[in-house]
Design a protein around this ligand. Sequence first.
Ligand SMILES: [Zn+2]
Ligand SMILES: [Zn+2]
Length: 700
Amino acid sequence: MEFSSEDTAHMVYSKYAGNHGFNIRKQRRTKKKKEDEKVARILYVCSKEGVRKEPKVNRSYTRPITRCGCKAHMACYLQSSRRYKIVSFDQNHNHELVRTPMKHLLKGNRAVTVSQKQHADDAEMSGISAKATIEMMSREVGGRENLGFLDKDYRNYIYRKRMAEMVKGDAGAVLEYFQKKKEDNSSFFYSMQLDEDDMITNIFWADDRSISDYNLFGDVICFDTTYKTNDYDRPFAPFVGVNHHKQTVVFGAALLYDETTESFKWLFETFLGAMSGKQPKTILTDQSAAMANAIVKVFPETKHRLCVWHIYLNAAKNLSRIFHGPDQSAMDFGKCVYDHEEEEDWLLAWNDMLNKHKLTENTWLKNLFEVREKWAMVYGRHTFTADMVSTQRSESMNSILKRYLKSSFDLLTFFKHYERVLDDRRYKELVADFGMMHTSPVLVASVEMLQHAEEVYTPEVFTLFQKEYTVIGDYVAKKKSKSEMMYEYNVSYRGGAREHLVKYDAANQMIHCSCMKFSFAGILCRHALKVLDKKNVRRIPPTYILNRWKTPNEAVKQSIGKRYSHICRTFREIASVAAEHIELTMCADKDAIELLKKLEEKKKDLVRANKWMPDSLEDKLVEEEEDDEDVPNVRGIKRKNPCGRPKNQKDRNHGRFKSVLEKKNRGTSKSSSKARAKKKLFQVLIYIICFWFMSIFIKM
Ligand SMILES: [Zn+2]
Ligand SMILES: [Zn+2]
């Protein structure tokens, strides 16, 4: 018998051993003196060949003895034909051979196949543990013994794969990942900031879907840096917002080196660059002086609001002595956050609260008062926040990230798992879109106003609208004044003392309520709806239907930029199906060319019929510049100085104020689980208080 190569010889003997019930070992290879180094003689033996040598130093072996001087072997010699011929073969063993039910444990019978490797990769990316994956794979083949490998083989495979990725180095792997993304889709955007030593400091990236989502829903963004990647101790900073279903959408993400004004400035400028320079209307963040400085510089037209959620957490910490006391200080503080429509009333309430709870000298409250315009609802009623009064969105984004990401991940794994987060978010949107197409919400009464709302709004927004509309029967509108077509009403709940002033201009169908719900939430309030009802207005005036809450069909009627984003989504779906099979690709390709011809014809018709109007300049799509940028010459990823801030940090003074909770969080890493449970309970309580206030004060 002859073999073409050393590998074939090894494979054949190994298979033979597996079938017969023993393990093999490669004993000796004799190299030929010259001749391109092909091995001249190979000897395979039974793994029980020889005897264990006595240790040179006096120590006891922990591994059990396997050798018993077995003589079974196969020896091959290289022929002039350059093939290996078996020159000696002994099939007799001096020990028992492994019987069938245990044979799968032999080395020769074990290997992770290509398809199993694919399975393992998918499972790893889905965050499924090795143990669970092996269990599932065994069930598929009817038991462990049919699996073809042992747990340790599987773990070795995963380990070797990770090692191979690590060889490239974090920076190399990250760079390769981004380039691959860019190759797959040229609209993928990424940018890295390098320091003077070519080390990566800050990274920002966004895919085409994020960019088109921003075009549609980027009027309000939440930005938060609470989540830290452990390996590099870098803040992970996602830009998130809400879509037409009021679901969280991600507009892009950054890994920051630090939280200085410089870093934030670079990030916001890069973000603007990726988003064709479109500034958001409102940005919600945590309290950070460095961030605030950067926002003023880069987003001069944007309203900056502070996240009420963080303020609450900090209040509970700083005022803990009295916050949980019996004298309603939490309630009074909540009123100062959410309540009041007039600044005068608010200032009175604030002073009352300080005096009542003896807090006039409290420094934390003094500082908070300084920035009141950024958080007190009385100053924020005219600022559109898509009904997100806090960075609750990034907060929930944080809890989502924690579910998907582990602190032990290296950067590359982090990026890959972050993609899963995006995929899942987008899948949820798809499901919601599907739901919208196939079902319609139940109207509490078949009145024209609700029918109209159902037509134009997505189900989630319709539900909110309907909630406002159904209670108008409980409100009393008293006419205050009337001049020409202008009406003024005082609207109150069942004629109570608390009144909201609603002004209605019948000529232009313009309505304004002092609660300003439309300004910050984007839907009309019950008070305005009450007055519209009184004036026999049966449909929502067009000014009060925001594009961002419309169903996609309605949204198509919007500006060129939004139409572009909308059509991109449709074609993305077509492309993903078309790519599944060559025949589908060809079919799509053919029809696409037809479609293009049809569109050109239609365009000509429109021009002939004088219906062709170029869109306004601001709506013109920004032409993408030819991207022939060189790949950055990166040396590595900048690691943090273990003690304190890096020495070349210029912006020391603008460092971020760490909130008390964050400081506390760092300390708790070693604390007992009891303390953690206590903290969790505390956070849940804050949640409840927060939402309770929101429901009481906003919807009144
Ligand atoms: Zn043997
Ligand atoms: Zn109102």
